[in-house]
Ligand binder design. Sequence first.
Ligand code: SAH
Length: 364
Amino acid sequence: MNLPQQLEPVDPLGLDLPSLVAAFGEHFGKGEYHALPFFRSLHRTGASDPRNLPEYARDPNLAEAVAARFPVRLPPICGRFGDGSTYKFLLRLRDGLESESVVIAMKSHKSLCVSSQVGCKMGCAFCETARLGHLRDLDAGEIVAQVLVARHVLGEPVENVVFMGMGEPMDNLDQVLRAVRILNEPRGLGIPLPSITISTVGHVDGIRRLARLAALPPPEGFPRLRLAVSLNAPNDPLRSELMPVNRRWNLARLREALLEYPLSRPGDALFLEYVLLEGVNDSRDHAIEIVELLQGIRACVNLIPFNPGPDSPYRRPPEARAREFLQWLLDAGQRCRLRGTKGLDAMAACGQLGNPDRKRPRRR
Ligand code: SAH
């Protein structure tokens, strides 16, 4: 066997299993027999040293070559905020920037809210991350790393992954989908597609691309991958004020794209996120407008009471108003639920990611 000596190291966290098998063929003249145990132990334990895998026992040179080409390094945790069962953690990335992820305690398991970018360019008026601007996209390995760290370093029983951390997933869809593919791989973590949610600001081109993929079977397709859309306002003037993306794709175009989104099972639904801002979008008229807008769309509205940042101009409505708003929607026949607000103390709640004082990489 010819072992190439001078190969550049590649982060194996960003490779799906077929790509890893192909790389093993190309570089080492080997196949799944060696690639699979390496991949499996990487995803199921968070570590993988081919020198300790039985499949490599007879070929120590191969083990060395694989370890050199595919070094396994989870990014270090460089911050943790909140000490309850819902908390935010930061990972130090190769270039010194930091990703933010939130572990969210559910009744029987945990959800992980992951970032797809550092910062965001969507500029929503109420969102903390928007204040950072867009620093860069995360690659698939950096997205997968957030899940592996939660599972294997923090020991959290993460079963759901939601792309509701920093960033707009549709703005970085290739890397997001590659990460989804890796997380879904049954011979790795095997997280089911219906347990993974892509949340978008309402990027219609991205929704259409995802719709095509959701209608195809694997390996190209992503059937039953969940889609959430941040609505936040039920009419164009208000939505354009709160979310600049609405000036590019207005509600009529968003509605059209949602109507065409394939939902293969009767119980499946799209999620529409609606951040409640006191005196801005929380009146009875707004509730009625939501119901009219969603006519004919199989959707569940998730109401999220606003989580204020340090000097944000918006306020969270009183609890009683949030309940009333929920009831208006339910009375009009709209599927709907009111989200609790976990992680507030830790600045780990929705829209609180990306504290501007940590904007620039620290000097190394
Ligand atoms: N860019 C994606 C994902 C990140 S935002 C998207 O827009 O969906 C995730 C969710 O948090 C969105 O529904 C957004 O509307 C909501 N959100 C943003 N800021 C918030 C805040 N301060 N309080 C409550 N929810 C907020």
